[in-house]
Design a protein around this ligand. Structure first.
Ligand SMILES: Nc1ncnc2c1ncn2[C@@H]1O[C@H](COP(=O)(O)OP(=O)(O)OP(=O)(O)O)[C@@H](O)[C@H]1O
Ligand SMILES: [Mg+2]
Length: 574
């Protein structure tokens, strides 16, 4: 919680004024039963109408004041609570944007979503409740106790039994409910996880006709959540009647003993009425406190989950005075080994190679041979476990991350477009790109063919994820988006896999002829996509099997020859 408190800074005035206003409300509230006792014992007893009217007016005034203070306090409390939560949410969102790929592997996306939504909401609500209840309840209890003792100290002895009894009851119930509340939070996580996975892949679910299976999976988790929530609530349900029993027991004993005093004339009837009102106030404030503790339980689980994200720091760090300019687009791998943070397997083993600036490098190899892993080290999406990745003559760790990623454009294997227009998507690559530059990039990536056919051209809508484009169209748009960055190095990870062969050949030609100052790395499954590259890397199980151009590889690399033959024959040999 200490880590989160600084986010309250902007709302600190609200956070302070809420309890102050609350205390004023409580003071007015407490005053009312006292006035009532005076009306009964003095006004009514003496049949003094004037006195009754006067005190009645004061009572109305006090009630109005209590109302105004109450509304104001709730209002500023809500501002502080939700403001605080929104600050924390903003910070969380920012932190997640800075996460390295390794961090993203650690937290699941659904869990991050739950933390950003559910947990932040809980935090806001609990803060609001804390500001209201945690302050109101003890004050109300203390004031009411003082007033009760003031009215009749011998009668106030009933509290010596009632209060400890209530505390024991609350303690028992809370200790039973606590583990269930904590469990509820993790059950919510599990429900969210399944919803997120299902919705992200809803089309696959439908095409495989797996709705029923998915429905069952969802039901299991949903039921688990319901049962835990029910269990927790059923414990809480006992709470109210137990408390009522204690309140009623206290009232009966007060009426019993107090009634005798009234008969004897040592206590006024009005005083007895006021006393009973104070009992209710004391008990209600104890109930409030226990509700508050319950909320605090929920809140503490959320705080832990939020702090986990906040205290996760990207292990991809910059040096203190980083370089901002890549001199050229040359690339060198020196003895590079890599294993993913969440696994022990070495997926890159002693990789060594070098290419000059402006060259086209093709990478080919079976699936899982670590092609994507290898290129992810160039813009530091991950850091090499061992060895050095040298770009533009310097270790990648010497550049500022922004500069490096601006100058190394990467079209990821699983790339997405964002909702908006085509122009907006293209401007991701470079905010200041003009329409001419965008059209040029679209022409290079062979996307202009279809974009120019839209009536609204660059203003054409892109749905979330780019779902209103075909696979090949999407790939061509993502290549254009990368080109708009005017990078020194361009990495295309299987980015033309869904593009037809003729268009693919046109794109390859452009890279070789028009964009020959950009170092281009093309990962492909088709030999045709890389055959004309200056150099080709053949990957096999995380190692370089061979390195050279098409002609030498045809002679020297058995794997390359096999791929070539199988693809040129277009048939799988027996
Ligand atoms: N985020 C990750 N966490 C852990 N292991 C991973 C992760 N991504 C990939 N791997 C593992 O690393 C190995 C290499 O994967 P990589 O994606 O680099 O292969 P690839 O050659 O690009 O395959 P494809 O041709 O199918 O794209 C695989 O064994 C894979 O299981
Ligand atoms: Mg890959």
């Amino acid at each position: 919680m200490r880590k989160l408190l600084p986010f309250m800074k902007k709302y600190v005035l609200y956070a302070i004024s809420s309890p102050i206003l609350m205390i004023l409300e409580v003071a007015a509230d407490i005053f009312i039963p006292y006035l009532m006792s005076l009306i009964v014992d003095v006004g009514i007893a003496n049949k003094d109408i004037n006195y009754i009217v006067q005190l009645g007016a004061i009572m109305i005034g006090a009630a109005l004041l209590a109302m105004v203070f109450g509304i104001l306090s709730a209002h500023v409390g809500a501002k502080a609570g939700y403001g605080f939560a929104s600050e924390v949410r903003k910070e969380l969102f920012g932190e997640i944007q800075d996460f390295s790929f390794a961090n993203l592997d650690d937290f699941s996306v659904s869990s991050l979503i739950t933390r950003l939504t559910n947990d932040c909401n809980t935090l806001g609500q609990v803060t609001m409740m804390t500001l209201r209840m945690a302050i109101r309840a003890p004050f109300m209890m203390i004031f009411a106790l003082i007033m009760a003792v003031n009215i009749n100290s011998s009668l106030a002895k009933v509290f010596m039994i009632a209060i400890p009894l209530t505390i024991v009851a609350i303690g028992l119930i809370l200790s039973k409910a606590r583990p269930l509340f904590l469990k509820m939070q993790s059950k919510v996580d599990r429900v969210n996880a399944i919803i997120q996975e299902n919705l992200a892949g809803i089309k696959v679910v439908k095409s495989f006709n797996r709705q029923e299976h998915e429905g069952k999976r969802f039901k299991v988790r949903n039921d688990e959540y319901r049962d835990t929530a029910l269990k927790a609530t059923s414990i809480i349900i006992f709470f109210i009647p137990i408390l009522e029993m204690i309140i009623n027991g206290t009232i009966i004993s007060v009426l019993w003993f107090g009634g005798q005093q009234v008969v004897l004339g040592t206590m006024g009837g009005g005083e007895l009425i006021a006393f009973i009102t104070y009992i209710t106030q004391i008990m209600v404030s104890m109930m409030m406190m226990s509700m508050f503790f319950m909320q605090l339980l929920r809140g503490s689980a959320s705080v832990t989950r939020i702090s986990e994200v906040l205290s996760t720091k990207s292990e991809i760090k910059e040096i203190s005075e980083p370089e901002n300019e890549l001199i050229d687009g040359s690339i060198k791998f020196e003895d590079v080994c890599f294993c993913y943070p969440n696994s022990a397997d070495l997926v890159l083993k002693n990789v060594n190679f070098q290419i000059k600036s402006g060259e086209v490098l093709g990478i080919i190899g079976s699936t899982g041979s670590s092609k994507s892993t290898l290129v992810q080290l160039i813009p530091r999406l991950y850091d090499a476990t061992k060895g050095k990745v040298i770009v533009g003559g310097r270790d990648v760790k010497e550049y500022s991350i922004k500069a490096l990623r601006d100058q190394v454009a990467f079209v990821l294997q699983k790339n997405v477009l964002f909702s908006g227009t085509i122009r907006e998507n293209m401007k991701w690559g470079n905010e200041n790109a003009t329409d001419e530059e965008i059209i040029q990039a679209l022409k290079y990536s062979q996307a202009w063919e279809f974009v120019s056919e839209f009536e609204d051209g660059l203003d054409h809508r892109v749905e979330q994820g780019g779902d209103n484009f075909s696979g090949g169209q999407k790939q061509r748009l993502t290549i254009a988006r990368a080109l708009i960055k005017s990078p020194k190095i361009l990495i295309l990870d299987d980015s033309t896999s869904a593009v037809d062969m003729t268009t693919d050949a046109k794109i390859q030609k452009i890279f070789k002829k028009e964009l020959n100052d950009i170092t281009t790395i093309i990962i492909a499954q088709r030999i045709q996509s890389i055959q004309h590259a200056d150099r080709i890397l053949v990957m096999h199980e995380g190692e370089i099997e061979s390195f050279g151009n098409h002609e030498t590889l045809m002679k020297e690399s058995q794997i390359y020859r096999e791929i070539f033959e199988s693809q040129s024959k277009g048939a799988i040999s027996e």
